[in-house]
Design a protein around this ligand. Structure first.
Ligand code: FAD
Length: 540
């Protein structure tokens, strides 16, 4: 881990090294990219030319200065300074740069990372001394809504989901599956999965893709679907940026509702909470969105909700105390149009009667569709105001099989976590029996599993329980427990430092993942920040 100050000092040195490594010439041989020890010959010969002079003309531009932003991300813990940032204006720009670096073979140490909105947690979109491609600059094609039997939106890989929502509303159309936060790019979330409260119904975002345009690790521009170049299509979805750069995506859309009933209900018993969540996700026609979160020892919790939610029973709610308690909040949403309000209220009442929440802890909010989907942005604004957005985020996201969730909850919520004051702890089930299993995404073996997300923010320089070290230790304890109790847990937005750990993560999918890497990015140029494969350099 490097501090920003350290990275700053390294800057000049790195640029020089970049220019040197860029055009190393001849007499080189290629090692397998998976081996761990690069061999370097003292007789290496090289010539130095700046990349812009040596590269094909670009519609956009390469920038060698002011690259520090590309050495940071939302996690705010890993800082690897790139040698250059490409601001592409066309897919051709991306292809040209990738091709150029590919043609240099192992004569160069250069790697390439597509950077979406830089909301990774551990440097996954960074490329130490490499080229970072600023995907948001790629605006070659205008966003296009196709209305037909299978409606889709055709977007750039660098497009933000919030822009798709805003533009889609003009047509009354929008994607079906979202993330909780929309200021993320299409390419960034499709490289992971894109999971939110709609996933139980529609699958994650990677399940809602009709077609992709990809620049592979050899610089080729390839269009792929489930039927055409299907292996590349499935490789890239959930592929952690390893097989190609998503330059365009066609994403399935549906008609948008105008309003949303956004509902929160509290539980004190974990298994009752889980039963209700599982009941809701097995009933397609109840709610469009099902999530939940854990509350441990929070003060004034219900007061905090008052600006958005109205309690069904204000008197009882005002007397409810959350401090010292472990509570589970079920969060659900029903989409509707204003003309349906009467029947919707009746239907919601009917559904809620089936649930076993603490009776007077029902909170309802009636918001627009955008307000609901863009809800985390409101929190972002508040956190920015108090300087708590650009802080370290030692997040931990886990996928836990249904059969292990009680054991997990008992130890983690009952023992390891003293409170949830460092940030939300989300928990909700998804059923992957309707998901596409051919993508690169890794899930637990059981069809039904829970996403548990510890979304902590660390107070800078604190050495207390809100400090980075404390939170990282807590995360480690959670992971150690999962390992020792053999809960069959998989990390989501995974982070590992060694290939052995990655092998264990992919399990039976590892050989396929490796084969796909050889096929589409044989020199291991792409997304080095994931630390799955390492580009081998051999100077002779
Ligand atoms: P980046 O962080 O820039 O990139 C992520 C990875 O993808 C990198 O390896 C990068 O090299 C690669 N990449 C980027 N663009 C491309 C491309 N066009 N083609 C190929 N590879 C590419 N995730 C969920 O699933 N559900 C959520 O509800 C959710 N909520 C979140 C809320 C917040 C506040 C934050 C910060 C993150 C959240 N995430 C969620 C995680 C998010 O999906 C990932 O962090 C994602 O990587 C961020 O997207 P990005 O556009 O910033 O990608």
């Amino acid at each position: 881990m490097k501090s920003p100050a350290h990275s700053l000092l390294m800057n000049n040195d790195m640029i020089i090294r970049f220019l040197m490594t860029l055009l190393l010439t001849t007499n080189l041989y290629i090692n397998n990219y998976c081996s761990n020890t690069p061999s370097v010959s003292p007789q290496s010969e090289f010539s130095i030319l700046p990349l812009p002079l040596n590269s094909p003309s670009l519609d956009g531009h390469l920038c060698f200065e002011n690259t520090h932003h590309a050495a940071n991300d939302f996690g705010n813990r890993y800082h690897f300074l790139p040698a250059a940032v490409l601001y592409p204006k066309s897919v051709r720009d991306i292809s040209s740069i990738v091709k150029k670096v590919y043609e240099m073979g192992t004569t160069s140490a250069l790697t390439i990372a597509a950077r979406g909105h830089g909301h990774s947690l551990e440097g996954q979109a960074q490329a130490s001394q490499g080229v970072v491609i600023n995907m948001e600059s790629l605006q070659e094609h205008k966003m296009f809504f196709h209305i037909g039997e299978l409606p889709y939106v055709d977007v750039s890989g660098g497009e933000l989901w919030i822009n798709i929502l805003q533009e889609g509303l003009k047509h009354g159309l929008a994607p079906k599956s979202w993330t909780d936060y929309l200021h993320l790019t299409v390419g960034g979330t499709l490289s992971n999965a894109g999971i939110s409260g709609q996933a139980f119904r529609h699958g994650p975002q990677i399940n809602n893709v009709y077609e992709l345009e990809v620049v592979t690790g050899t610089g080729d521009i390839v269009t792929c679907t489930k039927k055409h170049n299907a292996d590349l299509f499935y490789s890239v979805l959930g592929g952690l940026g390893q097989f190609g750069i998503i330059t365009r995506a066609k994403i399935f859309i549906e008609q948008t509702p105008r309003r949303v009933k956004w509902i929160r209900l509290l539980y004190s018993d974990f298994s009752t909470f889980c039963k209700d969540q599982e009941h809701l996700i097995s009933s397609e026609n109840y709610f469009e969105y099902v999530e939940g979160f854990v509350i441990i020892n929070r003060t004034g919790l219900l007061n905090n909700w008052r600006s958005t939610f109205s309690p069904q029973d204000p008197l009882q709610a005002s007397q409810f105390h959350s401090e010292g308690k472990t509570l589970y909040c079920l969060e659900i949403a029903k989409y509707f149009n204003p003309e349906e309000i009467g029947t919707i209220n009746q239907r919601i009442d009917g559904f809620l009667k089936e649930l076993k929440y603490i009776r007077f802890t029902l909170f309802i909010s009636d918001v627009s569709y955008v307000e609901f989907l863009d809800r985390v942005h409101v929190s972002e604004m508040k956190l920015r105001e108090i300087g708590m957005w650009e802080v370290p985020h030692p997040w931990l996201n886990l996928l836990i099989p249904k059969s292990s969730i009680n054991e997990f909850a008992q130890e983690v919520f009952g023992n390891i976590l003293a409170d949830t004051s460092n940030g939300p702890v989300l928990i909700y089930p998804v059923d992957k029996s309707r998901w596409d299993n051919e993508t690169s995404m890794v899930t637990p073996q059981e069809d039904l599993f829970y996403l548990v997300a510890f979304l902590s923010s660390a107070v800078p320089h604190s050495t207390g329980s809100d400090g980075l070290e404390h939170i990282l230790t807590q995360n480690r304890r959670i992971l150690d427990f999962c390992d020792s109790a053999r809960l069959g847990v998989k990390q989501y937005l995974p982070h590992y430092n060694t290939q052995e750990e990655w092998k264990a993560h992919f399990g039976t999918k590892w050989e396929i993942f490796k084969r796909r890497k050889y096929t589409y990015d044989p020199l291991a140029l792409l997304s080095p920040g994931q630390k799955i494969f390492q580009k081998e350099i051999t100077y002779v």
